[in-house]
Design a protein around this ligand. Structure first.
Ligand code: FE2
Length: 297
């Protein structure tokens, strides 16, 4: 019998601290990061904006010596039905080109009636959405060569009365898969539900053993009458203190952690390396043994 998506990601080595880059960006340019700053990161998380038609050439420019994960977009796993065939085939193609140990996909919907929206419609937090998400992930896993790691998406509003951490646990158990916990996105949801002062509120509802990868990114917090909204800036802003607080709190408890990714799209190369250094310092302080276990390619 073939192993479950969770078992498959558990068999991967510890990748360490990585940079999340957009393969089509001029800045930071992944080739410059590899050529001049290779000692500043352990792996790359490769994002292609969900594209699979123009990826052969840029993907081939990543040397085999650089470990990589893949961040897809557009499978829309929290939607009411499975995404179109060409999207699944495109993701499969990119997986074959990159051969990553897993593929990250947001728990969000980015297409409406086939049209791409430049907005993450995040998972509706109710029973129906848990059920649809599990069905979609199971169907995707039956067709993709590599396992998916669903990621909690950014929230600017929250619909449904389930705690986000419960939703994530139910999905991970139901689809027997691991998770990416984006710490900024978790805080974005806490801000939506009035718990911004306690970024780890309800964390006991999350099965932390399912967290294989953690994301950190720069953000801007916008105040409005009655609350605050988290805006993802990735490399174009500082990592919020709430995200670093969550990292310090959770790091000792993530028993199956394999990767920490700092999403640095739109940073300068120097800025990207500086954010990686900032995060490495925290990890070095809190869990140095984890860094010692990083697999060297
Ligand atoms: Fe993320």
């Amino acid at each position: 019998m073939s192993s479950s998506p969770f078992e498959r990601v558990l068999s991967a080595p510890i990748l360490g601290l990585g940079l999340g880059i957009d393969i089509f960006d001029d800045q930071p340019d992944f080739r410059v990061l590899i050529d001049r700053h290779r000692d500043g990161f352990d792996f790359l998380e490769v994002y292609s904006r969900g594209d699979w038609e123009h990826t052969d050439d840029p993907f081939a420019r990543i040397p085999a010596s650089v470990p990589r994960t893949y961040h897809h977009e557009g499978l829309d796993p929290v939607g009411p039905r499975i995404c179109p065939d060409d999207t699944i085939n495109g993701c499969a193609k990119n997986q074959r080109l990159l051969n990553p140990p897993w593929t990250v996909e947001e728990l969000a919907v980015r297409h409406i009636d086939g049209k791409y929206c430049d907005f993450f419609f995040p998972a509706i937090l109710n029973e129906e959405c848990v059920k649809a998400t599990i069905e979609n992930l199971n169907a995707l896993h039956a067709r993709l060569p590599g396992p998916l790691l669903p990621e909690n998406a950014p929230y600017e509003f929250s619909v449904g009365d389930m705690h986000l951490c419960e939703f994530l646990t139910r999905v991970a158990h139901g689809a027997d898969c691991g998770l990416v916990l984006d710490l900024g996105h978790l805080w974005s949801w806490q801000l939506c539900v009035g718990k911004g002062d306690t970024p780890d509120h309800g964390i006991d509802k999350l099965d932390l053993s399912r967290v294989i990868e953690v994301h950190l990114a720069g953000a801007r917090i916008e105040k409005y009458e009655g609350g605050q909204i988290y805006r993802d800036l990735h490399g174009a802003g500082p990592i919020p203190e709430a995200s670093l607080y969550l990292l310090r709190e959770l790091l000792p408890k993530l028993s199956n952690l394999r990767a920490i990714t700092i999403e640095v799209e739109d940073a300068t190369e120097q800025g990207a390396i500086e954010q990686a250094r900032q995060v490495r310092e925290v990890v070095q302080q809190i869990r140095p043994a984890w860094l010692e276990g990083v697999h060297v390619a």
